[in-house]
Write a protein that binds this ligand. Structure first.
Ligand SMILES: [Zn+2]
Length: 145
């Protein structure tokens, strides 16, 4: 069951391992790697708490990818200077630019949700609605068997 009012640090630690920031469950809103359920399958909290939520997750993704590219380029320059292997460095950085956003995709959503939940704590009505949604899912599952 969801713990009451987790701290910002606790929510960020949960988000860093792609768990639900609010309840800490592994069974969260992430569906396969690149998809999402409407809400956490354990506590029922919606990941899209406001319009444009995705934009902030994309911003985190872009920032982390650019940071990785900058670090990779700096290490590449420092370690190979003055004979910089431009072609192999460009190819490896293209690999980082293509695959890193995919690898960190769910992490950016859980991290942004953790930040959003810390800044904008859910009210009792939102938590009640989340609990009701989880109960409705449980009833639907039990009647479909
Ligand atoms: Zn949850």
């Amino acid at each position: 069951m969801p713990s009451k009012d987790p701290s910002f640090g606790r929510m960020m630690r949960r988000a860093a391992v792609v768990h639900c920031p609010w309840c800490g469950a592994r069974r969260t809103f992430i569906r396969r790697w690149l998809g999402k359920y409407e809400r956490c399958r354990t506590c029922g909290i919606r990941w899209r708490r406001e319009e444009g939520f995705e934009l902030s997750a994309v911003a985190i993704n872009t920032t982390l990818t650019f940071l990785a590219l900058a670090i990779g380029m700096t290490i590449g320059f420092v370690m190979t200077s003055p004979d910089i292997p431009v072609a192999s460095m460009v190819l490896s950085l293209i690999g980082v630019a293509v695959f890193m956003p995919i690898v960190i995709y769910p992490l950016t959503y859980t991290m942004w949700l953790a930040f959003d939940l810390a800044v904008h704590r859910p009210e009792a009505a939102e938590l009640a609605e989340a609990a009701a949604a989880v109960d409705a899912q449980a009833v639907a599952r039990s009647t479909s068997r």
